[in-house]
Design a protein around this ligand. Structure first.
Ligand code: F6P
Length: 357
């Protein structure tokens, strides 16, 4: 008998359900008796013992379903070791609930913050297997996370739509793509959507270089320019500020986000009409794309296999086109960022894309 807990934590994304289905199908198909405990709303469910018992039926028909059947919430790592408002020790509570249910292991689906807590629970002696989810694709130890490809499709579709209206009106358009710390999503959607300028957190921009690129297009007879700008894009000047100073700048900024600040500067310096489009959480919504369905199912199947073999303490990841297991301690607390020297950046520059550097 295997008693397995499941939880989804952090911002949701597409294919969470497909991944859980993959785990559960693999466990059931082994012929071994299995009990599945689904903790609700991420770590909160594990802390407060809020769970539901699930059977194979609950995982039927969810391959294509977006969101997560378990619900999710953000429980920041920095607060996990602090007692709650009633003085409850959260880590201790999670361990107690795990042991009370006599779980063999816990499968945790999440991104960066989630992996820090998952590794802490491993250090505390719990059997953990994790799966890498996030539209940001910024988890260390895996070339790809599920949710990413679906989000690339949505952000690209947004840029595609902007293309036709930008061309009709001869305007400058900014599409703000999700990603506060890393630019994988903006970079891929930007290239796929034919953006002329791509601004990502890893390559601080100089607004004069951005304007030069717009002017150069204008002088060549192009009527419009499209910028794909990551939520966390940062100017060279701002990149020199301390974290605290930059946080204060954002808090007191008259603009709702960095894209609006860039738009105002472009409009002022070029006199061109600039519009901003923010697809926002649509990038995390809807049905997973076929790639993510396959990918999440493969990772889920491998997680199921590890559980059946009793191999714990791993994230199931993807390296060089192979599904692999990566020790959790190697993953926790590290971000996979876009290197400014990456070949994809060089290739994008060869295509004429400006990064504002
Ligand atoms: O981490 C995934 C992500 O979608 C980021 O790309 C985005 O910046 C953030 O979550 C949004 O968070 P929230 O859903 O809490 O607003």
């Amino acid at each position: 008998m295997k008693r397995v807990g499941l939880l989804t934590s952090g911002g949701d994304c597409q294919a969470l359900n497909a991944a859980m289905r993959g785990v559960v199908k693999t466990l059931y198909n082994s012929g071994e008796a299995v009990e599945i405990y689904g903790f609700l709303e991420g770590y909160k469910g594990l802390i407060y013992g809020n769970f539901t018992m699930l059977t194979g039926k609950d995982f039927s028909g969810i391959l294509t379903k977006g969101g997560t059947i378990l619900g999710s919430s953000r429980t920041p790592f920095k607060t996990i070791q602090e007692p709650d408002e009633n003085g409850l020790d959260k880590v201790d509570a999670m361990k107690q609930n795990y042991h009370k249910l006599r779980l063999d292991c816990l499968v945790i689906l999440g991104g960066n913050g989630t992996h820090k807590t998952a590794n802490l629970l491993r250090e505390e002696g719990l059997n953990i297997v994790t799966l890498p989810k996030t539209i940001d694709n910024d988890l260390w130890g895996t070339d790809m996370t599920f949710g990413f490809q679906s989000a690339v499709d949505i952000a690209t579709a947004c840029i595609d739509c902007i293309h036709t209206t930008a061309a009709s009106h001869g305007r400058v358009f900014i599409v703000e793509v999700m990603g506060h710390k890393v630019g994988w999503l903006t970079l891929n959607a930007g290239i796929a959507g034919g953006a002329d300028i791509i601004l990502i957190p890893e390559i601080p921009y100089d607004i004069d270089k951005v304007i030069e690129a717009i002017d150069a297009r204008h002088n060549r007879g192009s009527q419009f320019t499209i910028l794909a700008v990551a939520e966390g894009a940062i100017s060279k000047a701002d990149a020199k500020l301390s974290k605290k100073e930059y946080k204060k700048k954002l808090e007191t900024s008259p603009y709702p986000s960095v894209s609006y600040e860039i738009a105002a500067k472009i409009q002022k310096k070029t006199g061109q009409d600039v519009r901003v489009t923010v697809p926002g959480h649509t990038q995390r919504g809807g049905s997973p794309c076929p790639y993510d369905r396959v990918f999440a199912s493969r990772l889920g199947a491998e997680a199921g296999r590890l559980i059946l073999k009793g191999e714990y303490g791993f994230m199931v990841g993807y390296k060089n086109r192979e599904v692999v297991k990566v020790p959790l301690e190697d993953v926790a607390g590290k971000l996979k960022m876009v290197s400014p020297d990456a070949t994809i950046i060089k290739e994008a520059k060869l295509l004429g894309i400006c990064f504002g550097d």
